[in-house]
Each structure stands twice: as structure tokens, then as C-alpha cells.
Write a protein of this length. Sequence first.
Length: 73
Amino acid sequence: MIGYTALPEVHPLGHAPTGSVPEWVTFTPDSKIVYVSNSGARSVSAIDTATLKLKAVIPVGEVPKRIGTLFLP
């Protein structure tokens, strides 16, 4: 499947909106959700891989990077 999911925009005061600057990507162990760090938006987006729908935007703080998935049985 090929498609597109819009990530959050950044709205700096007095300037036009910009992209969220996606940096890092990780998948859940079952590959059903992909997480994308948005360093410009200070958030992580959770995207359903089957539908390419944005499930959540999680605020995480300054410049999120180097994300990973930990599986605990």
C-alpha cells in the first residue's frame, strides 16, 4: 500500500505554517502502528498502518528524536 498521512503543522507567530520536521520512525512489533517523531512540532504522531489514519499526536517536549519500540512479553 502506498499513501500519505498529513503530519501536524507548526504555526510560528508572525510566520506562515511550516512542516513538523519528521525525524525518526518506529513500528509496533505487530506493525499495526507507526510512530513518527515531529521535532519541529515537539510531538510524536501515531499512525494506523492499515488505514494511514492519524490516531494520535502525543506532546513530548523539545526536539523528540531516537525513538524505539520495546516489546515486553
